[in-house]
Design a protein around this ligand. Structure first.
Ligand SMILES: [Zn+2]
Ligand SMILES: [Zn+2]
Length: 187
């Protein structure tokens, strides 16, 4: 099972879009995707850097790994609306920890409004799905892919995100299949 955990106020249409598309994709591996009741962002006040006005991405991962343990899930994906950073980086779209089996994505920089463009829910949802597929790919052992259309291609900016598709290329897909069948065996 893959569990999606909203943290803070996450739009329902984005969550259900992620849920239905991740379910449809991961069904091929016999993996169910579930959305659970969310965590409060106030539980992560320690992650907030008031000088940067951003939250430290990795600070969310231990709580997600507890969810993974409690539900005996294969992977947990947290979704936040706040801006994330990591040391040495101005911002991050998401972060994954393959060892913990957890990942986190932020919607903050996926809104067209963030770039001064008119609201576009379809675009927002597509971007969120790409980030979710990317970070889950890392959770299942995939690295960055040189193919700019592959969802495992690194996004330096939203332009890279918009260029890539939401799907793994054939080579990444093969690796993913191999890694997931192994992790099923391990339990
Ligand atoms: Zn990545
Ligand atoms: Zn690829």
């Amino acid at each position: 099972m893959i569990i999606i955990v909203p943290i803070g106020d996450i739009p329902g249409d984005v969550l259900s879009f992620l849920h239905s598309n991740l379910s449809a994709f991961y069904a091929r591996f016999g993996i169910e995707v579930r959305v659970i009741g969310g965590l409060s962002i106030s539980a992560f006040s320690h992650a907030f850097d008031m000088y940067r006005g951003q939250f430290l991405g990795r600070a969310f991962l231990p709580a997600l790994s507890l969810v993974k343990r409690d539900f005996r899930a294969l992977a947990v994906l947290g979704v936040v609306n706040v801006d994330l950073y990591e040391p040495g980086l101005n911002f991050i779209f998401g972060i994954a920890h393959p060892g913990f089996g957890v990942a986190l994505i932020s919607l903050h920089r996926l809104y067209p409004e963030f770039y001064g463009e008119p609201p576009d829910r379809k675009l927002l949802k597509e971007r969120a799905l790409k980030e979710a597929m990317h970070e889950l790919g890392h959770v299942f052992g995939l690295e960055h892919c040189p193919n700019p259309k592959c969802v495992m291609h690194f996004s330096n900016s939203i332009i890279d995100t918009d260029i890539k598709s939401w799907m793994y290329c054939e080579s990444c897909l093969r690796k993913l299949e191999k890694n997931i069948s192994r992790s099923h065996v391990r339990g």
